[in-house]
Design a protein around this ligand. Structure first.
Ligand code: IPE
Ligand code: IPE
Ligand code: MG
Length: 237
């Protein structure tokens, strides 16, 4: 089972407590760690977190800097713990605008955990679903120009293969915390048949129990993919 999470509500959580927004982001990281720990027992094979969107560059510079400092700190600090926990980490999104220091840390973590098989963990940084689709279209066009493929080879399966989730497949369940009922440019190619769960809980309050509750609710759903036959959600790997 692949669960993707739009972690929203850090800023409001902190503001409610009269604390700086970045404090909410810091507490939010602990919830990420708990979800990673809980995931294998919950039957989750792949967990994808939306950490920074292509639109989040619109935020004030100090908040952007605090978010990236936090990311880099945890990527460095947790590298060996993740490897020891058998978690394979991949980063999705565009790497072009990231600092060389963060990039080095990300690449180190990806290489360190490349052979792990307990849980696939994707972290979306400078990720936008539209950006991903444009890149896939350009990639396809280039392959046609170079005579590597024909136009008719450009199919849904082809896009799946060149997408950033090619190794783990589309999410079965997308959870958004923080009360909003929108996708905010997350995984828009991949979510065609994902189940969507919108929860009011702000991300820093999202406990492993909340994750388990959503997984349980997902498992009793009927998924028919446009057909009439119910595919057994409880058997989703
Ligand atoms: C989500 O929390 C975290 C990121 C976008 C990085 P927000 O920072 O969006 O928190 P709210 O929505 O303002 O409460
Ligand atoms: C979505 O949250 C992005 C991430 C969680 C990284 P936002 O707070 O950026 O989304 P909007 O602006 O409310 O749609
Ligand atoms: Mg938000």
């Amino acid at each position: 089972m692949h669960v993707a999470i739009i972690m929203d509500g850090n800023g409001r959580w902190a503001t409610q407590k009269r604390l700086p927004r970045t404090y909410g982001h810091r507490v939010g990281v602990s919830r990420v760690e708990e979800c990673i720990r809980e995931a294998p027992d919950a039957g989750i094979k792949t967990l994808t977190f939306y950490a920074f969107s292509t639109e989040n560059w619109k935020r004030p510079q100090p908040e952007i800097e605090a978010l990236f400092a936090l990311l880099r700190f945890h990527v460095n600090k947790k590298a060996w713990d993740l490897r020891n926990a058998n978690v394979k980490v991949s980063f999705i999104g565009s790497r072009k605008r990231l600092s060389s220091g963060l990039l080095r840390s990300m690449e180190f973590l990806e290489n360190l955990t490349a052979g792990c098989s307990g849980l696939n963990l994707n972290v979306a940084i400078d990720y936008g679903g539209r950006d991903e689709i444009i890149k896939m279209a350009r990639d396809a066009a280039e392959q046609v120009i170079l005579n590597q493929i024909n136009i008719t080879d450009i199919t849904e399966v082809f896009f799946d293969k060149i997408s950033q989730l090619s190794n783990c497949g589309a999410p079965d369940l997308i959870i958004r915390t923080g009360g909003g009922q929108r996708i905010s440019n997350f995984l828009i190619w991949h979510l065609a048949y994902a189940e969507l769960a919108f929860v009011d809980t702000l991300w820093p309050d999202f406990s492993p129990k909340c994750l388990l509750d959503e997984v349980k609710k997902f498992r009793i759903k009927d998924r028919k993919y446009g057909g009439l036959e119910v595919s057994k959600v409880s058997q989703v790997k």
